[in-house]
Design a protein around this ligand. Structure first.
Ligand SMILES: Cc1ncc(COP(=O)(O)O)c(C=O)c1O
Length: 384
């Protein structure tokens, strides 16, 4: 049996969601835009399930669009800076963000003449609020905040940060990358005072290639994708009703079990941290435990190479990651690791253990025993 501990990269599909996809593909495959009964049936399924998606973050169906995933949600959220028609053309962002924000900012800078400025990150991975607020000026149109960073799991106090920003200028748009918090932490978009928030389905046992964006003011929204006018003209393209139905089901399960899962994962996290500290010397946990999501442990191990450890572990069918899946194939040091200043003899040994609904506490002993064994072997090679 494999032990899958890379749930921040992606998760297995819920059994109930799988059944749901096949049923709809086979029997209720109409296009919600069609006027006949099959179209109307598909529309009903779509509406019911998008309501479930919204319920998870306390958003109304009219404030949600379904996208192709967190990447599109982030691109679309950041794109909202265009609402100001170049009157406010600065984005404030940070090195804690996922590449779907950072690369899109690079694009906006080179092709759309948008100014991009980076606010500072504290050594524990929290946002340096003073620096962020100091960098706001009359040109600032949009600020990005990562709810939970995908590599080290740090959770930001989004409510307070957005309150402080809006106190300076209530017109500044706030986009939140909610991908690693959605369905795992208790998120109520109405409490947060934000303008857009992205989320993704495959991080919470839903289908891949699907996600969404919360939009506070749909009437002021600037679509990124144009076409047949689906989703109230906010995001065109025929809706993938079978996958959306599965996503709705997954969101319903996530909402029902949110607190129960959170407490379970917290316990598992504690067990892993304890065993890792007891069994491996010269390690650093990135981000303070109290500031990080229990679903992610980021650990830097002195004098090892994380890629080698990952391949050793896969021989025992243990799957972890060396940072976020999207950046782990790159050779350069992640911007997040750079921002929190992981020492140079530790940074290449940074691993991420990430949990999901199906993770088990009883696996911890076996996993840590294997990590500890391979760390010793790798160190012997590296240090000789
Ligand atoms: C924080 C964060 N944002 C955005 C994304 C992109 O989401 P998706 O894979 O749905 O495009 C990811 C995926 O790893 C992520 O971790």
């Amino acid at each position: 049996m494999s032990i899958y501990l890379d749930n921040a990269a992606t998760t297995p599909l819920d059994k109930e969601s799988q059944d749901c996809i096949f049923e709809i593909y086979n029997e209720k495959y109409g296009n919600p835009s069609s006027l006949h009964k099959m179209g109307l049936d598909a529309e009903k399924i779509y509406k019911k399930n998008i309501t479930e998606v919204g319920n998870l973050i306390n958003a109304k169906i009219s404030n949600i669009i379904i996208t192709s995933g967190g990447t599109e949600g982030n691109n679309t959220g950041v794109w909202q800076v265009k609402r100001f028609k170049n009157k406010k053309k600065k984005i404030l962002t940070s090195n804690l963000e996922h590449s779907s924000i950072l690369k899109y900012c690079d694009f906006l800078k080179s092709k759309e003449n948008i100014d991009i400025e980076y606010y500072d990150i504290n050594i524990d991975g929290s946002i340096n609020l003073e620096d962020l607020l100091n960098k706001i000026d009359k040109n600032t149109g949009l600020v990005t905040i990562p709810f939970v960073n995908s590599e080290i799991g740090v959770v930001q106090d989004v409510q307070n940060i957005s309150k402080e920003i809006k106190e300076i200028d209530e017109n500044i748009l706030i986009h939140v990358d909610g991908v690693q918090g959605f369905g795992k932490l208790d998120i109520d978009v109405n409490r947060l005072n934000i303008d857009t928030m992205s989320f993704s389905s495959h991080k919470i046992h839903g289908p891949k290639g699907l996600g969404g964006l919360y939009i506070r003011e749909p009437h002021n929204f600037f679509p990124l994708i144009y076409g047949g006018g689906q989703q109230n003209n906010l995001r065109s393209g025929t809706e993938d009703v079978p996958s959306i139905a599965a996503f709705g089901k997954t969101c319903g399960i996530a909402q029902r079990d949110l607190n129960k899962n959170y407490e379970k994962i917290k316990k598992i996290n504690k067990r892993y941290r304890k065993l890792l500290s007891q069994n491996i010397d010269e390690i650093i946990f990135n981000g303070k435990e109290m500031n990080t999501s229990p679903y992610i442990i980021s650990l830097s191990i002195k004098d090892i190479k994380s890629e080698v450890l990952i391949h050793f572990l896969e021989m025992d069918q243990i799957y972890i990651s060396s940072g976020s899946a999207c950046s782990s194939k790159k050779k350069s040091i992640s911007t997040t690791y750079d921002a929190i200043k992981i020492p140079h003899d530790y940074v290449e040994g940074t691993i991420r253990i990430s949990f999901g609904r199906y993770s088990k506490e009883e696996d911890a002993e076996f996993v840590v025993e294997k990590i500890s064994k391979y760390v010793k072997e790798i160190r012997k090679m590296v240090r000789s």
